[in-house]
Design a protein around this ligand. Sequence first.
Ligand code: ADP
Ligand code: MG
Length: 250
Amino acid sequence: MFLETKNLTKKFGGLTAVNNVDFSIEKGKINAIIGPNGAGKSTFFNLISGFHPPSSGSIILKGQDITNMPPNKIAEMGIARTFQTTNLFEQSTVLDNVIVGHRLRTKSNLMDAVLRTKRLKREEDRCREKALEVIRFTGLEKVAGKLVGSLTQEEKKRTAFALALATEPEIVFLDEPAAGVNPDETEGLAQLMKKMVDTGITVCLIEHKMQMIMKLADKIMVLNYGEKISEGTAEEIRNDPAVIKAYLGG
Ligand code: ADP
Ligand code: MG
C-alpha cells in the first residue's frame, strides 16, 4: 500500500474531528475526500502532513511509520500539500514564491553555504530551474514575474500547485483546489490534476464541487462528523444511502 492511515483519530478537547479513520491512498490515482463542512477533511490533511499530532492511530508511507514526524521531515519523504486558504506571499512574484517552495526541500546547510559559495550558486541555479519548470507545467509562464497579490483566484490556485510541485513530491494533497473559481477555470484545474497524475504523481484532494469530483476521482472517501461513512468509486458513492443521508442532513 502506498499511503495508509490506521484508526487515525484527532481530538480537540471534547470534539473528535477525525474518528478512527482507515484510508488507503492508491498510487498514481486521483483520490478524493468529500463530506459536509466541519466533517474533518482539512484536519485529516493536517494529520498526514504533520501539522497536528494525531491523538491515536498511525500513518504509514510505503511500509514506513511516519506518525508524529515533523512537517519538514514529512515533506522530505515526498508528501506535499496546499492549504485551503492559500498561504502565498502576496507581495512577492510567482517565481519568488515558487523558489521559496523549492528551497524548503533542498535544505542547504548554512555552514556549507558560508564556506562554499560555489556550491551555493549551483544550488540557487538548480532552484531557479526547477521553479521555472513547475511554472511552465502549471501554465503560469505569462504571470511568473507578477506579484501574487495581483493574480486572479485561479492563477493563485495554480501558484499553490506550483509551490507544492516544486518540492518534487510523490503525493500532493490539495485542500479545495477549485474553491472560488468559475466552471471553465475549474475544468482547467481538473486537467492540471490529470496532468500531474500522468507524470507519476499521486493526487489526493478535498473538494466541494461534486460534479468535478465525480468525473475526476478514481477513489473517494466520504467523511461525516469525523467518521468514514463511505468509500469507493464515484458510482458507488453516489448510490450509497449513508452518503445521501449525510448530504441531505437526515
Ligand atoms: P472540514 O475541512 O471537513 O470542513 P475541519 O477538519 O476543518 O473540517 O474541522 C473539523 C472539526 O474540527 C470542526 O468542528 C472544526 O471546528 C474543528 N477544528 C479544526 N481545527 C481545529 C483546531 N485547530 N482546534 C480546535 N478545533 C478544530
Ligand atoms: Mg476544510
